[in-house]
Design a protein around this ligand. Structure first.
Ligand code: NAD
Length: 262
């Protein structure tokens, strides 16, 4: 299927590695020009080089922290100044720290709100006026399967990602008359560097192997394995593209069947 992404301009945040990088790579492979950001210049420019070399696409790398209002402003301004438009915004950020309610203070909640919720809010404030002027645009917010089924030991993520879904659903309604679609995508267990580190930590803590820890997780996944970042990225590329022109306001699970609800 032709996704219709040729020459579209996409901004993918938090994309020096993991899911964000895989999404940027997939959009570039489909012919989009892509702006990416992450906090550290070194890994970011390494990612940009790798995407350029693999796809031949035009890639703009802007060091920026999406939990910082000025970081959001900087990356959006740089994207508009280079490409003159933004067709696709994929919001991503690092996950808030794991833990249970009594592990955190209100200050921890404030920091997580900036990272997980306000980054999406600010990115939308910065990009929506351009999309409205264009009379078209597609926003995809990366969340987690936890918005359908809260995960143990992740109270900050479980709580704040639901606010992102509320934002997505409401914006889908408000912005549809302007030709702007707004969706969420919800990864389940996907084998990124972060998850590989998590498996190593669990193995060290439990005196087991990485394979044993992975098997405990995949036992609950009907497809019997974790996703690859590329599998997740293909779903995002579709959802963000003109091929999904009648889809707005959804939360698309990419979880191998982990969520058992209907
Ligand atoms: P990762 O740690 O491998 O990659 C995170 C990326 O975000 C890196 O490029 C990092 O540099 C960048 N980043 C982190 N904080 C940032 C900030 N404040 N500003 C700009 N860039 C920042 O993580 P991942 O596995 O790719 O996960 C991405 C997101 O998806 C996270 O929020 C994670 O919680 C969520 N998620 C991941 C999974 C999974 O299985 N991998 C499942 C559900 C949800």
């Amino acid at each position: 299927m032709n996704l219709g992404l040729q020459d579209k301009v996409a901004l993918v945040t938090a994309a020096s590695r993991g899911l964000g990088r895989a999404v940027a790579m997939e959009l570039a492979r489909e012919g989009a020009r892509v702006a990416i950001c992450a906090r550290q210049e070194g890994p970011l420019s390494e990612a940009a080089d790798a995407i350029r070399q693999t796809t031949g696409a035009e890639i703009l790398a802007v060091p920026a922290d999406v939990s910082d209002p000025q970081g959001v402003e900087r990356v959006v301004e740089a994207t508009l100044s280079r490409f003159g438009r933004i067709d696709i915004l994929v919001t991503n950020a690092g996950g808030p720290p794991p833990g249970r309610f009594l592990d955190f203070t209100p200050a921890d909640w404030e920091a997580a709100v900036q990272l997980t919720l306000m980054s999406v809010v600010r990115l939308c404030y910065a990009v929506v006026p351009t999309m409205r002027a264009q009379k078209s645009g597609s926003i995809v917010a990366m969340t987690s399967v936890s918005v359908k089924q809260p995960l143990p030991n992740l109270i900050l993520s479980n709580s704040l990602r639901l606010a992102v879904v509320g934002l997505v659903k409401t914006l889908a309604d408000e912005l549809a008359p302007d030709g702007i679609r707004v969706n969420a995508v919800c990864p389940g267990w996907t084998k990124t560097e972060r998850v590989e580190q998590l498996l190593r930590d669990r193995a060290a803590r439990n005196g087991t192997s990485v394979e044993e820890e992975e098997a405990k997780i995949t036992a609950a996944i009907p497809l019997g394995r974790m996703a690859t970042p590329e599998e997740f990225a293909r779903a995002v590329a579709f959802l963000s593209s003109p091929a999904a022109s009648y889809i707005t306001g959804i939360s698309l699970l990419v979880d191998g069947g982990l969520y058992r609800g209907v």
